[in-house]
Ligand binder design. Sequence first.
Ligand code: PSU
Ligand code: MN
Length: 305
Amino acid sequence: MLNQYLDIKPEVAEALAAGKPVVALESTIISHGMPYPQNVETALRVEQTVRENGAVPATIAIIGGRLKAGLTPEEIEYFGKKGTEITKASRRDLAVLVSKGEDGATTVTTTMMIAYMAGIRIFATGGIGGVHRGAETTMDISADLQELANTPVMVVCAGAKAILDLKLTLEYLETQGVPVIGYGTKELPAFYSRHSGLSVDYRLDTPEEVAKAFRVQNELGLKGGMLVTNPIPEEYAMDDTVINQAIEEALKEMNQLGIHGKEATPFLLAKVKDLTGGDSLDSNIRLVLNNAKVASQIAASYCAG
Ligand code: PSU
Ligand code: MN
């Protein structure tokens, strides 16, 4: 399956060859999801958390037209510093960026694709893209959902945030046949907050149960991924009213400015951070670390099985 455009970091390749747990991490969260320098600090802490939980981290990105599974700390610093100057790369961007030898920050979609090429099956991030509010007229539905339908990589996230239409996002995932698992909860977590008022398909309580379900899915020959939604720890969760108010305001400003397409998610994240005086960024960092921990535990169990 090795791809001529793919570079697997030696440490990652060795772990994969030895059947040791590896966890993929995305780079759009670094370049577009958080400001510098917190983005770089967080990316390095996330890698450290993966290591502390017995797995090898593989941060994924496109550098000079090469698909990278595993970055050096210098490369992470480069992505963090360049930030939104780097192209946010979804599935539709991959061929042109690689053909031109350019850089690209991988979203959930392209991180899943490159992880799969490299032989990595478990991926941790913050939140996934989904069906945007107003999608019935804008048709703005993240390519992440389609990728989850097609690529057999598990994505461990804190749900999807309320900048999206969470109900429609669940409907879309259902249509596409993507299992949505609540980790220790029956309620879909809403990223900054633990509550959405919506139900996931299944509640599973241990890394072993999740790893087993994913193994069986692969053994059944089912083609898609699995979405594991892991609620932000209670002590770092934001007040529902505060966060929802900030989201409403950010959405209003986005619509007034006519921002749409791939700029929508980065704009909303930055705006919500400003409106909450940085509190949403703290929550964001905490939930990513928590997802990295759980994903590493699941990866360990997946490899042991
Ligand atoms: N959600 C976050 N932080 C992020 C993203 C989503 O909390 O950084 C990024 C991810 O890379 C995700 C992408 O795949 O935004 C979705 O963008 P879009 O809505 O344009 O598909
Ligand atoms: Mn979109």
